[in-house]
Design a protein around this ligand. Structure first.
Ligand code: AGP
Length: 605
């Protein structure tokens, strides 16, 4: 949450910062601001409530000639959405931007007698004031002093008013990547802001202090000794983070799914069999674990629920799926025989990271399924399965979900193989069906018009229900989340069989119900549940496979997905659910890619 960028170099710093903030805006968009050293070494601030576009307008109206500056796009935590609370914050010699939460800011306010001296309600300004107190002309020693007082998570970029042309940065938990590019030194919350300038970058090591000048990026350890940064190469293109002609990132990312599914699966097939040698995942471990814990948040957690539906029945070992923010407080029983799987697109979600650390402390082997290379979750896991989804910019997760499921399906297949539950032939059949899901997704993308028609029955309704049983219920959870986050329609997912235990009281002829019925083993029962809501007047949109026979009066609108093995219906169904949410948001004239109150990467608890 919150996007940070810093730049020192020959280019127009104001432009570099605004372009970078535009790339990072999905991390938070309550307000935005920049601070720049001008050519006389004075610091100028521009802050605006609202989106980066508002800041850009002001900047363009009064450009500042600068080659060094920092910029921030905010997702509010401490203090409301006001220009006083927007970053950068200035206190004495210090100008600071921050992503994270300083938990002991109230104690620090008292300890450093800051009451009545602060302009904002933010924990960031408190940190700037403490740093100012400690600053006696040596930035490294003052920053070291500051760190000894702080509790919480942070990524800071700092300018000292008597050190023009220099930016300092430090982080704990909250992400930062940096690079010396062909055109200067850069630092940012994530890679997408650096990509237009460099494919080589390094993850800022926690607790190390970074100094950017126009000529270099230096890393200092806590004793002030220089260290060589550990550069890595991005596999994403600049293009991948652009809209490429689509009106929204979300639509572009929905369309990318058939391709990125193949990119995630194909490199892990050897003679048609799943193979995790490159990830170093030992078969002996996959064979010996006696239970699996899947932990994640939001859409990633829903991907885990889909995977659970095939892993537990397929491997006959217990599999639980936990919401990461709850997991730590459940006092979970984990042992070295528990395989922990954490799932995260960003690899930075703080609750997922905390859950990972807890599992690791219980000696459980941890596999993470992560999209962002080098992210904290990836680095702290014993093994990483990277999904090759490319950058996901829309706040609503789409392609990350389907590639996470594809990666988890491959892992399941490997486990079934090494545990003697699948023959080579069965495993090959499984992976070949998985690859064909690329076509079933493509087919649903081609049925956009029918899906748009369904949307006209949802748009004006304040409520919607998604129902299903078994795996279809897991899909419903994701459908409801997608719809509520970008259309603001109150959407609930319900296990279809559970409705009559209370919730069916809410069903009237004003409530559209999206019923998912792709699981043959439970089809008859799901159909009875659909009849129950239909009988209460609901407008039913039925999602079902091509060859499933239904009575004409069962639903008001039927969307059929290609016939496929029950385990794989998630892929075409996901596309339908994503497009339902997308077109609803578009039809309501909402901000599809940056829905209110949300941010792409949740790095605060
Ligand atoms: C869903 O559309 C969301 N953007 C959200 O639920 C997301 O999946 C969740 O915050 C987890 O993020 P992660 O995959 O980056 O950990």
């Amino acid at each position: 949450m919150c996007g940070i960028i810093g730049y020192c170099g020959p280019l127009d710093a104001q432009k570099v910062l605004i372009d970078g903030l535009t790339q990072l805006e999905y991390r938070g968009y309550d307000s935005a601001g920049i601070a720049l050293f001008d050519e006389n070494s004075n610091i100028h601030f521009i802050k605006k409530v609202g989106k980066v576009a508002a800041l850009k307008k002001v900047c363009e109206a009064s450009p500042i000639s600068s080659h060094c500056g920092i910029g921030h796009t905010r997702w509010a935590t401490h203090g409301g959405v006001t220009s006083e609370n927007a970053h950068p914050h200035m206190y004495g010699h210090i100008t600071m931007i921050h992503n994270g939460i300083i938990e002991n800011y109230q104690e620090l306010t008292e300890a450093f007698h800051l009451k009545g001296k602060l302009l904002s309600q933010t924990d960031t300004e408190v940190s700037a004031a403490v740093l100012n107190e400690l600053y006696k002309g040596d930035p490294l020693s003052a920053i070291r002093g500051l760190l000894s007082h702080l509790k919480g998570s942070y990524a800071f970029c700092i300018m000292f008013d008597d050190r023009p042309g220099e930016i300092y940065a430090v982080r704990n938990v909250s992400p930062l990547v940096a690079a010396y590019t062909g055109s200067g030194a850069m630092i940012a919350s994530d890679l997408t802001a650096l990509l237009p300038y460099s494919k080589k970058y390094f993850v800022v090591p926690e607790g190390k202090i970074i100094r950017l000048t126009a000529y270099q990026v230096s890393v200092f350890d806590i004793c002030g000794n220089r260290e060589a940064p550990d550069y890595m190469e991005a596999s994403w293109n600049t293009d991948a983070a652009m809209k490429n002609g689509f009106p929204h990132y979300m639509l572009k990312e929905i369309h990318e799914q058939p391709e990125v599914l193949k990119q995630t699966v194909l490199p892990r097939l050897k003679n048609g069999l799943p193979d995790f040698t490159a990830e170093g995942i030992p078969d002996s471990m996959l064979k010996s674990v006696t239970e699996i814990r899947i932990i994640a948040c939001g859409t990633a957690m829903h991907a885990g629920m889909v995977a659970r539906s095939i892993i537990e029945p397929g491997l006959r070992i217990p599999v639980t799926v936990s919401i990461a923010s709850e997991f730590r407080y459940e006092e979970p029983m984990i042992t070295q025989n528990t395989l922990t799987i954490v799932i995260s697109q960003s690899g930075e979600t703080i609750d997922t990271l905390a859950a990972l650390r807890l599992a690791a402390s219980c000696h459980s082997p941890v596999i993470s399924v992560v999209n962002v290379k080098g992210s904290t979750i990836a680095r702290e896991s014993d093994y990483v399965i990277y999904t090759h989804g490319g950058p996901e910019i829309a706040v609503a997760s789409t392609k990350a979900y389907t590639v996470q499921i594809a990666a988890l399906y491959l892992l399941f297949c490997r486990m079934a193989l090494v545990r003697g539950l699948y023959t080579d032939e069965q495993a090959r059949q499984f992976t070949s069906t998985l690859l064909k899901c690329s076509d079933t997704m493509e087919a649903m993308i081609g049925r956009k018009d029918l899906i748009r028609e369904a949307v006209s029955h949802i748009c004006d309704s304040p409520n919607a229900f998604f129902i299903g049983r078994g795996m279809d219920y897991a899909f419903s959870l994701e459908g409801a989340l997608k719809l509520k986050e970008i259309s603001y329609i109150h959407s609930e997912a319900y296990a279809a069989g559970e409705l009559k235990h209370g919730t069916i009281a809410l069903i009237t002829d004003l409530v559209p119900v999206i019923a998912i019925a792709t699981q043959k083993n439970i089809l008859a029962k799901t159909i009875s549940n659909i009849r129950e809501v239909k009988a209460r007047g609901a407008f039913v949109i039925l999602l079902i496979t091509e060859q499933t026979k239904t009575d004409d009066d069962l639903a008001d609108l039927v969307i059929r997905i290609p016939e496929t093995d029950d385990k794989f219906t998630v892929f075409p169904i996901a596309v339908v659910l994503q497009l339902i949410a997308y077109y609803t948001s578009v039809q309501k004239g909402l901000d599809v890619d940056q829905p209110r109150n949300l941010a792409k990467s949740v790095t605060v608890e």
